[in-house]
Design a protein around this ligand. Structure first.
Ligand code: HEM
Ligand code: HEM
Length: 175
């Protein structure tokens, strides 16, 4: 792979996921607005859940691609603290990209209507386990918001203040 960029398939998966995540978050908060296109709250949550499960599948794929393609070496060896912060932020983001959809899937009592095409039966769990998964889902969203803001802020800081190649590494284009 090129030393200064992620591979095209990694870039595609990154921006597709980012777009989906923003939509997944916007749906429950803008349920009145989106409900007018999707036939009410039921439609809003059908789409929220379907896109969430799509993110789960894309993240598994993305981690496999990441294991194969690796990552460009963007920060010098001297930037130890920055590298540590970037790495831990990325690990937490990946963890939430897996745990948010999984917890959503676990707490539902009714079948998930995947893109209005197929139904996924609810998992046979105790009420206590469902409660736990739901608490995680509605609480961890705030960690996700903070991580996304910090992550996007760091990318913009690299681009506009440090003027290095970090953001460019995740943008399509030629070297
Ligand atoms: C990346 C994936 C996901 C993200 C980022 C996400 C995020 C969120 C957010 C921000 C809320 C609003 C919580 C609130 O009102 O305070 C929510 C609610 C909800 N999510 Fe997800 N979600 C994801 C995937 C899923 C999946 C896969 C399911 C089910 C299969 C699901 C089921 C639900 C349900 C039922 C609610 C309403 C909870 C309530 O009663 O307040 N979510 N989700
Ligand atoms: C929901 C939104 C987002 C999520 C979940 C997300 C997630 C991630 C993850 C997990 C990585 C690590 C890639 C790897 O090393 O395997 C990454 C890298 C990156 N992201 Fe995002 N991202 C989001 C939005 C954004 C935005 C809005 C920007 C730009 C403003 C951005 C810029 C970057 C850059 C430049 C990298 C490479 C950084 C490096 O390797 O040090 N991301 N992103």
């Amino acid at each position: 792979m090129s030393a200064s960029r992620f591979t095209p398939r990694q870039i595609t998966l990154h921006w597709l996921t980012a777009l989906l995540i923003l939509l997944i978050i916007a749906l429950p908060y803008g349920s009145d607005f989106f409900g007018s296109f999707l036939g009410g709250g039921g439609g809003v949550f059908t789409l929220h859940k379907s896109l969430g499960l799509l993110v789960l599948a894309l993240t598994v794929l993305r981690l496999l691609v990441r294991a194969r393609d690796g990552a460009p070496h963007l920060l010098g060896d001297e930037a130890r603290l920055q590298r540590l912060m970037a790495k831990s932020g990325h690990i937490l983001l990946y963890a939430l990209l897996l745990l948010m959809p999984l917890s959503g899937l676990l707490f539902g009592k009714r079948p998930v209507n995947l893109f209005w095409l197929v139904e996924i039966a609810p998992l046979p769990l105790s009420d206590g386990a469902r409660e736990l998964a739901k608490t995680f889902h509605v609480t961890a969203q705030y960690l996700l918001f903070a991580l996304i803001l910090g992550h996007a802020g760091a990318a913009l800081w690299h681009h506009h203040v440090r003027r290095d190649g970090v953001l460019r590494a995740m943008l399509p284009g030629r070297d």
